[in-house]
Design a protein around this ligand. Structure first.
Ligand code: GRF
Length: 226
């Protein structure tokens, strides 16, 4: 059996996506291990999920560094020392410097709670409600120096209901995130994702339409690799 991909999750808070990844990685045959959790916030709730699962965690507080670059260098060194192969941003509320992003290009992914390229940046659920879209969702993408702009690996769509407010819509999207992020990491761990300029390609039987994968919350349409 191929070695499992060593994954680090970078968090700042609640860590529910981290929890979903930890849970997924427990499944036999899952091709990735959550080997490290890094938080830039001491006391982040997500650190408790790491502790409960016996996963190494580090707190690297950005306030302890004079600038973004030196903080990023400390995170970079910690990840490299531990042989990390893939970084999952999971509610990590710091912008990463171009030097960091370039150094991990193709091995650094993020989940954003909208169907990118719609509703980049802050308050995507509010933006979706204001725009009146009928479908909203979430996206896992490679991180590039432009915010919320990298090649799209996988997307999940959820319906917007007439009576939705930001809280209700965010909860429905979050449930989809918890299915989508583990699915995207599985695709990467299985060696099925490659980056070609602005596009991520998914290799194999359930390649989907043009490289993105559509799922309904809780019911991934991508079968496990045989
Ligand atoms: C998620 O909605 C994620 O898409 C966004 O930040 C939120 C983090 O939530 N990037 P959690 O910390 O994983 O619970």
């Amino acid at each position: 059996m191929a070695a499992r991909l060593r994954v680090a999750a970078l968090i700042s808070g609640r860590g529910s996506n981290l929890e979903a990844l930890i849970e997924a990685a427990r499944a036999p045959g899952y091709p990735a291990d959550i080997a490290l959790v890094v938080s830039n916030v001491a006391g982040a709730v997500g650190l408790g999920h790491a502790a409960a699962a016996g996963i190494d965690s580090l707190v690297i507080e950005h306030g302890a560094y004079p600038d973004r670059e030196s903080f990023d260098r400390a995170v970079d060194a910690a990840l490299r020392e531990r042989g990390i192969e893939l970084i999952c941003l999971a509610g990590f509320m710091r912008l990463l410097s171009p030097a960091f992003v370039t150094g991990w290009l193709g091995r650094l992914i993020n989940i954003h709670p909208s169907l990118l390229p719609a509703f980049k940046g802050l308050h995507p659920h509010r933006q979706a409600l204001e725009a009146g879209v009928k479908l909203h969702g979430c996206t896992v993408h490679f991180v590039t120096p432009e915010i919320d702009d990298g090649p799209i690996i996988a997307q999940a769509a959820v319906p917007v209901r007439e009576d939705d407010d930001e809280t209700a819509l965010a909860a429905r999207v979050l449930a989809a995130e918890h299915a989508l992020y583990p699915l995207a990491v599985r695709l990467i761990g299985d060696g099925r994702v490659s980056m070609h300029g602005r596009h991520a390609r998914i290799l194999g039987p359930a390649a989907g339409d043009g490289g993105a994968v559509f799922i309904n919350p809780g019911s991934p349409s991508v079968p496990d690799k045989e």
